[in-house]
Design a protein around this ligand. Structure first.
Ligand code: V55
Ligand code: FE
Length: 486
């Protein structure tokens, strides 16, 4: 029997399965790579090692595949490796896909009963000397920070984490070094239980609390402030009926409101308060902070379903409503009567995947970055047929002045998430470099673009040119060499 991938745009061009491991010493580059860039930039993409059992499978169901850019002395080495999940190991041995569609165990083959279906394809975080690859439906998968080989395919913090899931977006408190994580559907499919954890800087679980959400839905990201955890429950609801019929885990139910929940860090969860808002989709947090007794969270926020491959129950997918803008959510803890949250659209750019200078995670901040879709920019004919996100700019925001500046790489590129790297540990906020993957539709190869984060409009200071095509990535993280070695 042949081994072939579906012949549709979801599996061709830059969406073609990647499948290989590369180990590239001294990548080619133009420009100059600054000496201060000393450390590892990790980013992750969902890949398909074997043809999916359902030809219309969703991109979020691919196997986690890590790219490691190792910067030192103005040079960069590149390594890729698949995350050695239980799913990866079972499918590698069987030489075919065994798991079914997105987070629906009913569609898995009987062979995999009892194995974790986690793909570890969404994000990476380095904490207390350990590197974790993450998918929000399962515990972290620990991988070696240098070789990317698997260390623990089901990491539970020495058994201290009893939740069955762990977020793909843990936050690290820059002051005490704690890693904060949430776990939704923590007691299994469609459960409304959410577990909250803090892991101290030695890597030990030091706080746990359990809360319940109004309904079971995707809680992809969350925010921390100095005092609180904030999370947004959106109408991307777990749909058991759809799963019974062989469908994916989620469907967009626009009859549901959104809920913004706020709960004290280090409490027992009983102070949790919910604030209701209109149907909203918001997947990622730029940052959150306290302003007196106000809790403020900045997210990219849209008014409808942002994921065309998760069905909408009551309407057609609508690109206008899927377009997210950076939005500031505010609630006032002193207002004991309040039942709704307040939103303010901060900027008009349409974008996703906001990031910040993570030395300011949970604290008042000024600088953020977001890949955007600028429809006024020219688009090369070489991009025709591209399915996927056509992000074409990176935008830097300075909230104190509510100003922005834009990097446009050219009409033949799409951009992925961008990563801010401070020039040094004590450099001013937003002073450093910005980097991320740019896919070049003229060469049909991927590049890593590196910019001066304070002057991104000036264009790249270096372009690393890969001899391969990377797929649409999700998230990445920078780890400086002194943190790696500490
Ligand atoms: C997201 C990504 C996922 C997922 C759920 O961007 C949400 C949001 C790559 O997988 O499973
Ligand atoms: Fe995410």
């Amino acid at each position: 029997m042949s081994l072939e991938f579906p012949k549709n745009p979801g599996f061709s061009g830059f969406n073609a399965p990647f499948r290989m491991n590369i180990d590239l010493h001294d990548a080619e580059f133009e420009g100059e790579i600054p000496e201060e860039l000393n450390g590892h930039f990790y980013r992750i993409q969902p890949d398909f090692i074997y043809p999916p059992r359902f030809s219309n499978d969703v991109p979020f169901n691919g196997d986690g595949n890590v790219t490691l850019f190792n910067f030192q002395h103005g040079r960069v080495d590149v390594k890729t490796h698949h995350v050695e999940t239980q799913r990866y190991k079972a499918q590698k041995q069987a030489r075919k896909a065994l798991f079914g569609t997105y987070r629906n165990p009913r569609t898995d083959l009987d062979d995999v009963k009892g194995l974790s279906g986690g793909t570890a394809n969404t994000n990476l975080i380095f904490h207390a000397g350990k590197l974790f690859a993450l998918k929000e439906d399962s515990p972290p998968v620990q991988v070696d920070p240098y070789t990317l080989k698997g260390i623990d395919d089901y990491y539970t913090f020495d058994g201290k984490m009893t939740a069955k899931t762990f977020t793909a977006h843990p936050k690290i408190d820059p002051v005490n070094g704690e890693m904060i994580g949430i776990a939704y559907e923590a007691k299994g499919e469609a459960s409304k239980d959410v577990a909250l954890y803090a892991v101290d800087k030695q890597g030990n679980v030091c706080w746990e609390a359990w809360i319940e959400v109004p309904y079971a839905g995707m809680i992809h990201d969350f925010a921390i402030t100095e005092t609180h955890i904030a999370l947004l429950v959106t109408p991307m609801a777990v749909n058991v009926e759809q799963m019974e019929q062989g469908g994916v885990h989620f469907a967009w139910d626009s009859s549901l409101p959104s809920y913004f929940g706020v709960v004290a860090r280090n409490g027992d969860g009983t102070d949790l308060r919910w604030y209701e808002g209109p149907e909203k989709c918001a997947t990622h947090v730029m940052n959150g902070f306290n302003d007196g007794n106000k809790i403020i969270v900045d997210m990219d926020m849209a008014t409808g379903n942002q994921f065309p491959f998760f069905p909408s129950l009551h309407e057609q997918f609508d690109l206008q409503r899927a377009s997210g803008r950076l939005t500031r959510i505010t609630i006032d803890l002193d207002d004991k009567e309040a039942t709704t949250y307040h939103t303010e659209v901060m900027y008009q750019d349409i974008g996703v995947l906001p990031r910040t200078d993570e030395r300011y995670w949970s604290r008042p901040y000024n600088v953020g970055f977001m890949p955007c879709m600028d429809p006024t920019k020219p688009r090369s004919p070489s991009m025709a047929g591209n399915v996927g996100m056509t992000l074409n700019t990176w935008v830097r925001y300075d909230h104190d002045k509510r100003s922005s500046q834009t990097y446009f790489p050219g009409e033949n590129y799409t951009l992925q998430e961008c990563q801010f790297v401070p020039k040094s540990d004590d450099a001013p906020e937003g002073c450093g470099y910005l980097m991320g993957i740019a896919n070049n539709f003229d060469t049909m190869l991927s590049e890593l673009h590196i910019l001066d984060a304070e002057n991104i409009a000036a264009g790249t200071i270096a372009k690393v040119k890969l001899p391969v095509r990377l797929r649409q990535g999700v998230h990445g993280h920078w780890v400086s060499r002194n943190k790696l070695e500490s």
